[in-house]
Design a protein around this ligand. Structure first.
Ligand code: UTP
Length: 469
């Protein structure tokens, strides 16, 4: 087929003609796919990003920001005394009432490439149940269903995918009958992708002779994607005012946590974030801080070693509040962010990007050779009039699957699910002997209090078990 005039013109205008240098070697299908990919490139945005990359040195460094930072100001720490325990109980009541009012939706970001885990399917399809091998998707979706059933209303589930994960995610949910949530209550929407750029020029990289190298535009791409696919309209139609945001990699996140929702409501917050104490000052975790009375996140890569150890006048580490990527967004706040295309900045990552060179040879670089561009959802914090930070229990709530082995891996996450189940059984008066694993379906129990109501007195597990209804 012939390259369209429009494509030829736009490639020439943007000095990216090399993208079609192998055109004659491609079959019709490949040609058509390449032409479609090129048509989808937002060259104007790309130009701005490349300019930003070339000027990066003029930006304030993370180290300078860190010097001005204090521990978050608008903060609710874990309860230390009876009064604070009572306050959390009240917050939970407020949160449960908010859920029952039908004004809460849940949003799952599942568009990442999961490169560290190195799993062939979308990360949500990873079998994480320590006994049943149930997947991350199943555990999270069952939590949404359990909360819906208790609240007596539908909690719509918005699931962000990307080019890499969209079709397999949709198919997986369909095959599992939407985990009981009802197809009409699940909204899949695909985030955009951006081309990768050669790091020493302005050229877009080709992944193959007929394929542009692209990657999803970061979890912050959620805002534009929600807008582009009409999801904000769906929320308005359904009366959704707040969105419980979580990531696909943490099966122990308390999805639609009534405490977090309640505090968010009580403080009139635009954006509420759950944090947990970092394990060590050097731990590689973004931290919530206040800078000039604004809540922000400093990424671990931007926190110099000596700053990481800084303590405040009470002898507390300043950079203790690790980001769990669990948030509650006010819908109207999200809408306000869309008024400016660049309200969330693009971050420039320097990565190893496999590509074909100008001679058509496939290169798998051993050094970073290109740039990817991503928006981060937590940059929304800077725009919030009220940003609330709430401390959660790390052991209970933050056990993500990031790496193939070692820390934050399937092994640690599975162990955490088994440990939490054992704690609930023990609190409920039962016993899980050493070397026995128990797994609890969210549909049966969402916490230890549920367990107390259902576990027969004196239950001792003799073999591995999955507790479900
Ligand atoms: P991570 O930052 O851990 O990235 O994503 P990842 O893609 O899962 O894994 P690596 O870095 O390649 O190993 C945190 C969460 O944000 C989602 C992921 O699916 C995960 O739930 N995410 C990330 C998106 O939805 N889109 C993106 O573009 C990036």
């Amino acid at each position: 087929m012939q390259l369209s005039e429009e494509t030829t013109k736009s490639l020439a205008e943007n000095q990216q003609e090399h993208l079609v240098q192998f055109w004659d070697e491609l079959d019709e299908q490949e040609q058509s796919r390449l032409q479609k990919q090129i048509a989808e490139i937002d060259f104007a945005l790309l130009k701005k990003l490349i300019t930003k990359r070339d000027q990066a040195a003029t930006e304030e460094s993370g180290a300078d920001k860190a010097k001005k930072a204090t521990s978050p100001e608008q903060l609710v720490r874990l309860p230390q005394d009876e009064d604070q325990i009572e306050e959390r109980k009240k917050a939970a009541q407020v949160g449960n009432a908010l859920l029952a009012s039908g004004k809460v939706g849940a949003i799952l970001v599942a568009g990442g490439q999961g490169s560290r885990l190195g799993f062939d399917n979308p990360k949500g399809m990873y079998p994480i149940g320590p006994v049943s091998q149930r997947t991350l998707f199943e555990i999270l979706a069952e939590q949404v269903l359990a909360r819906s059933q208790r609240a007596g209303v539908v909690i719509p589930y918005f699931i962000m995918t990307s080019e890499a994960t969209h079709s397999s995610t949709e198919k997986f949910f369909e095959e599992h009958e939407y985990f009981g949530l009802g197809q009409e209550n699940i909204f899949f929407f695909q985030q955009s992708s951006l081309p990768a750029i050669d790091d020493s020029s302005h050229q877009i990289l080709l992944a193959e002779k007929g394929k542009v190298a692209t990657s999803p535009d970061g979890h912050g791409g959620m805002l534009n994607a929600l807008n582009k696919h009409g999801m904000l309209d769906v929320m308005r139609e359904r009366g959704i005012e707040h969105l419980f945001y979580h990531q696909v990699d943490n099966p122990t996140a308390i999805v639609c946590d009534p405490v977090l929702l309640g505090l968010h409501q009580q403080y009139g917050s635009d954006l509420t974030t759950k944090v947990v104490a970092k394990a060590t000052p050097e731990e590689k975790m973004g931290v919530l801080v206040s800078i000039n009375a604004k809540t922000e996140i400093i990424e671990y890569s931007d926190l110099p070693g000596e700053e990481a150890h800084r303590k405040d006048e009470h002898g507390q580490y300043v950079f203790w509040a690790g980001n769990t990527a669990i948030h509650v967004f006010r819908r109207e706040f999200m809408e306000s962010l869309l008024e400016d295309e660049l309200s969330l900045p693009f971050h420039i990552a320097h990565k190893k990007i496999p590509h074909v060179d100008s001679a058509g040879i496939s290169i798998d670089p051993d050094q970073p050779n290109g740039n990817k561009f991503e928006q981060f959802i937590f940059d929304a914090l800077l725009h919030a009039k009220v940003a609330l930070v709430v401390e959660g229990d790390r052991q209970r709530e933050f056990n993500p699957v990031k790496n193939a082995s070692g820390s934050d891996s399937p092994e640690t996450s599975k162990a955490a699910l088994a440990r939490i189940a054992k704690e609930w059984v023990t609190t409920a008066g039962g016993e899980v002997p050493k070397n026995i694993k128990v797994e609890i379906s969210p549909l049966l129990a969402l916490d230890e209090n549920d367990m107390k109501e259902i576990l027969p007195d004196g239950t001792v597990f003799q073999k591995d078990a999955v507790l479900k209804n």
